[in-house]
Write a protein that binds this ligand. Sequence first.
Ligand SMILES: *Cc1c(COP(=O)(O)O)cnc(C)c1O
Length: 392
Amino acid sequence: MDEPSTRGSRQHPEKLADASLVVALGRPERLPDAPVNPAVTLTSTYVATPGGAAPGDRVYARWDNPSWNGFEDALGSLEGGDARLFASGLAAVAAVLAQVPHGGTIVVPRHAYSGTLGLARSLEAAGALAVRAVDIADTEATLQALDGAHLLWIETPTNPMLEVADLDALVAGARNRGLLVALDNTFATPLGLRPLEHGVDVVVHSVTKYLSGHSDVVLGATVTPPTPRGEALCEALHAHRTLYGAIPGPFEAWLALRGLRTLEVRLTRAVANAQELAQRLSGHPAVTRVRYPGLASDPGHALARKYLRHFGAIISIEVVGGAEEAERVCSAVRLWVPATSLGGVESTLERRRRQAAESPTVPEGLIRLSVGIEDIEDLWDDLRSALDLCVS
Ligand SMILES: *Cc1c(COP(=O)(O)O)cnc(C)c1O
C-alpha cells in the first residue's frame, strides 16, 4: 500500500540495540525547530488533492491519521514488518480471523487469551468458521489438527497457563499444508520474539499491555512481513480496520508511543523481578505449583530458551486450599493490585477463573501474577504476607 509522505522514514539502522530502537523510532523528521514527538492530530478529514484523490491520499480520518504513524513505524521496525494500529487487541484479532474464508477451520490453543477464544467460538456459533482447540505445547497433536484447516493461531507462552510452543515445527507444518499462521506476541513483545523471522504471516498485539505499559490505554496492532503475500494481507487488514471502523484514537496512539519509549527498561526490570519471585514462590509452603518458563523445572523451559529472548513477567501459581484460598490471597495484598489485565508498571494479580470466560481447563485456584517494576523486596514482602495466611 502506498504510504503517505509524512509517514516517518525507517532511518535507523537495524544494528541498533532494542533499548536504543524503542527510544529512537517513530520520531518526526529531524528538521530545525521540528518537535521531537509526533503531534496529536485531531481531524476527521483532510484537504483534497487538486484534480481528485490520488492513491496514498489520506482523504478521511477513518482511513488514516498521522497520529498513528509514529507508533506503527516503530512497532513495524521492531518486528521487521508493516504495523497497523487497531482500537483494541481484540479488534486486531477480529481483523485477522476475518481473513479466514467463510466456513473455514481455525486451530487455536485451548489456553489462548479468553477473548480470542470467545470471539472464535461466537463466530463458530454463527456458522462463520469451525474451531479446533489444541494443546499448543503438544506439537504432534497440533500438527495433526492442521489437516484441512485454514488458520493456525499461536500464543507462546499462553495466557494464563504459560505453555510454550515449538514455533518452527508448527510453522513448518502449517506452511506444508498451506495454512495462514498468526501469532499473538502480546506476552513476549518484539523484544522477546520476532515471529516474522520464523515465517509467521501475521503478528497480533494487545498494545494495551507491555507496549503501552501503564494500564491507561486500550489498543491493538497487527504486523505483516514485507513480502508480496504480507503486503496483500496488510492491505486486507487495513481495509478491515477502515470498513469496520476499528480505529485507534489519536491521543491513545500518542500514549502508546510514549509508553514504547520505556519498553526495554520496564521489561528488563519486570522480567528480573519475575525470575526472582518465581524462585521464591517455589519455596513457599502455601504454593503448590509455579508456572514460569524461566524456571529450569518448568515444562516449557527448554523451548522458551530456544525461542524467547526473555522469560516474560507473567507467573501463574496455585495455592493450597484452591479457589477460596486463592481469593483470600488476592484480597490480602496491599501493594499488588487485585485486577485483571497485565503488562503495566504496577504489579497485578487475579484468580483467573473468577472470569466466567476463562477456560474450564485452567485450575480453579490458579492466580496469574503480572509482575511490575516495583522494588523486588516490597513485592515479595506483600505477596509472602498474603500467602502466609493460607498456611497459618
Ligand atoms: C489482553 C489480551 C488480548 C486482547 O487485547 P485488548 O487490548 O484487551 O483488546 C489479546 N491477547 C492477549 C494475549 C492479551 O493478553
